[in-house]
Each structure stands twice: as C-alpha cells, then as structure tokens.
Write a protein that binds this ligand. Structure first.
Ligand code: MTE
Ligand code: MO
Length: 193
C-alpha cells in the first residue's frame, strides 16, 4: 500500500487511514450479551451535584428521536459506510443537565465502560440508538439501546448502555485500560496509547 506522511492510504476518501470496507456487520463483544428486560431498563446521567437524571424505557421512547446515517470505523480495521440508525441525540438528553465537569464515563449493562470528553458527544455528534436499519436494535449489537459515537473508533459506542457518569478528569474505560487510545480518533489513527 502507498504511504503518505507515514500513514497508510486507501483510495476511498470516506475511509480513514488503515481501514478497509466491510459489507457485513461483525459482532465484537468482550463478554456475553446481557439480557435486558425493557421493564427494568433505564438510562441515567449522574453529575457531580449528586443529582441523577433518569429515563425509563417509556420515557426514553417518548423523547424526540432522529434518523441517523453515519460511517462506522472499528479499530480492528473494518469500516462500514452509510449505516442507518434511529436514536435520541445526546443534546436532548443533556438539555436539563448542569455540570462543570468535562468528561464522561459510559457504563453498560454487563460492566463495560468507555471514556469520552463531554464536548465530543454534544452538538449532534452522538446518540443513544435503539433501531438499526429500520428494526429494533439486535441484542448482539447492543439492543435495546447503545451509544453511537461515529466520529470515534467503534469501541467508544458502548453497547447495552446504561448511563453516563460525569467526571472531572479523563480516565480509561475497559479497552482503554488494555492499551486502546484514550481519545480514539480514526482520522488521526489513534488506535493505541
Ligand atoms: N458493552 C459493550 N459495548 C461494546 C463492546 C463490548 O464488548 N461491550 N465492544 C466495543 C467494540 S470493540 C466494538 S468494535 C463495537 C462493536 O459493535 P458491534 O458488535 O455492534 O459491531 O462495540 C463496542 N461496544
Ligand atoms: Mo472494536
């Protein structure tokens, strides 16, 4: 492959360096798929004020949702272009949230975690998605609902997301503890730390 500035190039301008296209939708999970009863499901945002914002499944589905078409990029080097989702924007969820902290840790049912800067999940750049390709999100892809942060490597898109905890400082989540990059920008090829 041709190199440019030390980075691997590919011919498709939609593909970040070192990525290749896939038509399939691989499943990558560090553990078993948790079974989640929508009756007991909740999404929360916990801030330093001690206040926890909570939505149950009915309240969550009543929020304004958006149809989202985005490219996704896995650190294992597959990319999938033009994936279609439905979800609730983080801007909607954060509308009433007051915080002075700049980072979040996403927590999932099953124990997975991943860290993100708050500003990078606002302004129409991240969602809690609950439909894929017009259907309810498949459990193995994170159903009933997952984080969708398409501008970061896909490990940041926590499946079975349960809530966000605001934190003052950036801390590594599950894969970041194992050496994945804290930030994970595919265009800068921030794969490992
Ligand atoms: N809860 C949870 N979320 C997760 C993971 C996981 O193991 N557990 N894997 C991450 C990784 S490494 C990737 S590439 C994507 C894979 O999503 P997919 O299985 O829908 O392709 O989910 C991310 N979110
Ligand atoms: Mo991944």
């Amino acid at each position: 492959m041709a190199t440019f500035g030390g980075r691997r190039r590919n011919d498709n301008p939609a593909l970040p360096p070192g990525q290749h296209l896939t038509e399939s939708f691989p499943v990558l999970s560090a553990g078993p798929t948790p079974s989640i009863d929508p009756e007991k499901w909740e999404f929360f945002i916990h801030t330093e004020t001690g206040y926890t914002h909570r939505w149950n499944w009915t309240q969550f589905l009543a929020l304004p949702s958006e149809s989202i078409t985005v490219d996704i990029h896995c650190v294992t080097s597959w990319s999938k272009l033009g994936t279609g989702w439905r979800g609730v924007s983080m801007d909607t969820l954060f509308a009433e949230v007051e915080t002075g902290f700049d980072f979040v840790m996403a927590h999932s049912y099953g124990g997975y975690t991943t860290n993100l800067p708050l500003e990078e999940i606002l302004d129409g750049r991240a969602w809690i998605a609950y439909e894929y390709d017009g259907e309810a999100l498949d459990p193995e892809h994170g159903g009933p609902a997952r984080l969708l942060v398409p501008h970061r490597y896909f490990w940041k898109s926590a499946k079975w997301v349960r809530g966000l905890v605001l934190q003052r400082e950036d801390k590594p989540g599950f894969w970041e503890e194992y050496g994945y990059n804290l930030h994970g920008d595919p265009w800068r090829e921030e794969r490992y730390s």
